[in-house]
Design a protein around this ligand. Structure first.
Ligand code: HEC
Length: 118
């Protein structure tokens, strides 16, 4: 291989690996966000709701979170999560009145999206 070719090949190889690096750190950031959302739901909701992609809710009439998108897009919960008003919890007085910060809401919605059936 001539020098010029070798340099070009090296340059292309490092561009490609830089590209992969950016992509994989984006993916990693997304995975961390989803994981943070799961942890928030685990801490605040899992005593009543099934939060995973299998299993029944501990409280029978609390919907499993993976079924929420059957009724509405999970993004529509953003406002309720911010305001601490849980539409649908009227029949559940033991429901704590929680509200979340916007980064937490982003994480929760990212997690909820990840467990909805495709
Ligand atoms: C103390 C038990 C309990 C906890 C804790 C709880 N929920 Fe619920 N949730 C329920 C029950 C029971 C229902 C079913 C509706 C009803 O009877 O009020 C419900 C319903 C829902 C619904 C469906 C509302 C609708 O109209 O479709 C959503 C969304 C929801 N909960 C989100 C959450 C989130 C998010 C958390 C945690 C931040 C949480 N819940 C924590 C008991 C709970």
């Amino acid at each position: 291989m001539r020098i010029g070719q070798a340099i070009r090949a090296t340059a292309v190889a490092s561009l490609v690996s830089a590209g992969f690096f950016v992509l994989s750190s984006l993916e990693e950031a997304r995975a961390l966000e989803v994981e943070a959302g799961r942890a928030l739901l685990d801490a605040n909701c899992a005593s009543c709701h099934a939060i995973g992609d299998t299993g029944a809710s501990p409280v029978a009439n609390a919907p499993a979170f993976r079924t929420l998108s059957e009724r509405y897009p999970v993004e529509s919960l953003e406002e309720a999560l911010a305001e601490g008003i849980f539409v649908g919890h009227e029949g559940s007085p033991q429901m704590p009145e929680l509200s979340f910060e916007s980064d937490e809401i982003g994480a929760i919605v990212a997690y909820l999206r990840s467990i909805q059936p495709k």
